[in-house]
Design a protein around this ligand. Structure first.
Ligand code: SF4
Ligand code: SF4
Ligand code: SF4
Length: 219
């Protein structure tokens, strides 16, 4: 069974510890950014940010301001379309680790033509891979495969101070996810587990996906 993350967004305070820890562990440099009127920074995933915390603010029916946070990363799909599409052009450019289920962009991804790299990006239902203009490699969350293979937790999970993220064996995590959903529904009746049957990074959302961002859930 693949490894699985549960990301309970109802517990996320948008501290961005996970975002920063991911950068530090992967030795990724800072980006030059501008203040765009939101705390979301940088504005999007990029080769230096394999994880970003998305912010979405809106007024509810009572006129109250609601702020939703979404720590975004690759979902490590159980049947990853990015691997299928990459294989048609450059076999091995994207692979799925059998033991953990981690979906990885390899050095071979730099051999993809512009069109083929775009096709891989377009195949992703969550709009995750980004191409590094410096070396042509596709970049995305690697499940901290080095840590996980050594029996450690992904650094974003280890860093999270609120318990919003949990990582473990799929068969152990699914009952935890369902239990958390049951509790969440008492306060947020529209809460749901996004695409639970298809992904290894399961998000518990308090509201419909449009209250987070375009690619928060596929179904
Ligand atoms: Fe591939 Fe996108 Fe699924 Fe990640 S989320 S495994 S990049 S298809
Ligand atoms: Fe980054 Fe590792 Fe978390 Fe993926 S699992 S978002 S690579 S820290
Ligand atoms: Fe949310 Fe935890 Fe990430 Fe902080 S570390 S932004 S609480 S998921």
């Amino acid at each position: 069974m693949p490894k699985t993350f549960l990301v309970d967004t109802t517990r996320c305070t948008a501290c961005r510890g996970c975002q920063l820890a991911c950068k530090e562990w992967h030795d990724l440099p800072a980006n030059h950014t501008k203040q765009l009127g939101t705390h979301q920074n940088p504005p999007d995933l990029n080769p230096n940010n394999l994880k970003i915390v998305r912010f979405h603010e809106y007024l509810d029916e009572q006129g109250n301001v609601v702020w939703n946070f979404f720590p975004e990363q690759c979902r490590h799909c159980l049947t990853p379309p990015c691997v299928d599409v990459a294989d048609m052009a450059v076999p091995g450019a994207m692979i799925q680790d059998k033991k953990t289920g981690a979906v990885l962009a390899t050095e071979k991804s730099s051999q993809l033509s512009e069109e083929d790299a775009q096709a891989v990006q377009d195949a992703c239902p969550y709009n995750i891979p980004r191409r590094d203009p410096k070396n042509g490699r596709l970049t995305k969350c690697d499940m901290c495969i080095d840590r996980v293979s050594a029996g450690m937790q992904p650094i974003c999970v280890k860093t999270c101070p609120t318990g919003a993220m949990v990582f473990g064996e799929r068969e152990e995590l699914l009952p935890v996810a369902k239990k958390r959903l049951e509790v969440a529904k008492k306060r947020w009746p529209k809460a749901f587990l996004a695409d639970m049957e298809d992904v290894s990074v399961i998000y518990l959302l308090a509201d419909t996906k449009d209250k987070y961002y375009e690619f928060a859930a596929f179904m």
